[in-house]
Design a protein around this ligand. Sequence first.
Ligand SMILES: NC(=O)C1=CN([C@@H]2O[C@H](COP(=O)(O)OP(=O)(O)OC[C@H]3O[C@@H](n4cnc5c(N)ncnc54)[C@H](O)[C@@H]3O)[C@@H](O)[C@H]2O)[C@H](O)CC1
Ligand code: K
Length: 495
Amino acid sequence: MKILSSSQIRDADKHTIENEPIESIDLMERASASFSKWFIGEFPGKCKVHVVSGKGNNGGDGLAVARILKRNGYEVKVYTTSDEGSEDFNINFHRLPEGIERKVVDDSLGSIETGVLIDALFGSGLDRPIEGRYAKIVKEINQFAGQVVSIDIPSGVYADNPVDGEHVVEATHTVSFQLPKLAFFMAENEKFVGDWHVVDIGLDQNFIDHTDSRIHMVTLEDVRSYLKKPAKFSHKGNMGRSMLICGSSGKMGACIIAARAALRSGAGLLTCYVPAVGENIIQTAVPEAMAMVSTFQDYHVEEANFKGMDAVGIGPGLGTEDQTEMALRKWIKQLEVPAVIDADGLNMISSRPDILKHVPEGTIFTPHPKEFSRLAGEAEDSFKRLEMAREYAKKHKVIIVLKGAYTAVFDTEGSVYFNSTGNPGMATGGSGDALTGIITALLGQGYSSKWAAIVGVFIHGLAGDEAAEDLGCISMTATDIIDYLPDAFRHVEMR
Ligand SMILES: NC(=O)C1=CN([C@@H]2O[C@H](COP(=O)(O)OP(=O)(O)OC[C@H]3O[C@@H](n4cnc5c(N)ncnc54)[C@H](O)[C@@H]3O)[C@@H](O)[C@H]2O)[C@H](O)CC1
Ligand SMILES: [K+]
């Protein structure tokens, strides 16, 4: 699914009005009806509803929603910051039926005790920080004890830029029109956006399909269409020969997790290349995997042989000893097959950036934000980090998997794909090692680097979601994520 900027959405809006054709006020009605349908589903008990409207079209939506909810049996009170506004605001202001209490407010809503508050103060037309009387209103909204639902976007949040003021509505839910907004994927906006939802308002799909956007959200349908089904005549030899280079004394767990995740992700033949300390451990814990054992006891110091391999995963539990770093340099120089580099592998590259020039095109890096800042420098905010990751991926011709609540995959051409699965329970030791294993297995089965990363991240998150459903976010571990991989793959396969 594409994510469009506010100006692209405005164009889609204009195009729909001209070409459907539909009057702008009727499009507002359609948007408000879609919002109301969502609202009635979420709050079926006919609670008291307080609608706070600004004077733009977001406010106009609020007024239309007030009317629709009143018709559906809700007790509605409307607070407007003005009795006059945009053309469609004015029409909806005059359409407000009798029986809706209304109040034109200056800088205070007065006391609101119960019910649900709908925030229609500012939408995508916000063009400066919220100050003065509007700031006081936002303060009151945030002090309200009940749930707050923002129409389209929380007032004070920009769709495509970082928040620049102190006064921003903190919504419980945000109901966005037609598509999600880039702002929803940024960690610092989580407390403003709350749980977000998208409702269809019938903007011209053909126009959206032809609008150039390099920002996407990965959906189940996307992954379903890319998932390779094992062929009837497949055998272990053509399901990919993969190697994990992993482990050091005290860090063999990372290796086990990555190996198990790879096997649960369809790796045909898996070899774990480990230092001597790891031989018995890996052979006992993961009997399905072969072990290739380096002569040195505690950590990697030697060149590996990738002959006959289809994919390599480098990083889980490697440690960052100087000699391991020298070994990493050799591994990277002789890489001829698709590879994913994680964790300590990335940390070593950060401390010796000259290694970068030997990294083959299309290699996948899977940093979390801290590892990414070691690679590319500190970012002021998530929007800047997004640009930095995009530039880094393009410049070094690598796929970046930037891990976070919405893990983002950056391809080498400047596109970014936000993942839509996963939960806070996955921020647990070993979760990243499992992801490395999954991606290595997919690379081995012939997925392109970009799609191995996108599909791997999605499946990893989905397995985490299935695990969280049964076990809860607090108790789940990385091993649980692996245990739920079969459910996740089946879920994607199901049609
Ligand atoms: N295609 C769609 O998605 C549809 C969207 N709709 C809704 O329209 C709004 C956008 O409406 P717009 O009139 O452009 O902007 P706002 O309502 O956000 O308000 C603009 C209004 O406010 C002034 N303003 C901006 N920033 C500030 C500020 N910080 N302080 C004070 N005043 C400010 C600005 O000058 C304007 O006067 C979109 O979000 C949807 O909710 C349609 O209803 C359906 C189609
Ligand atoms: K709003």
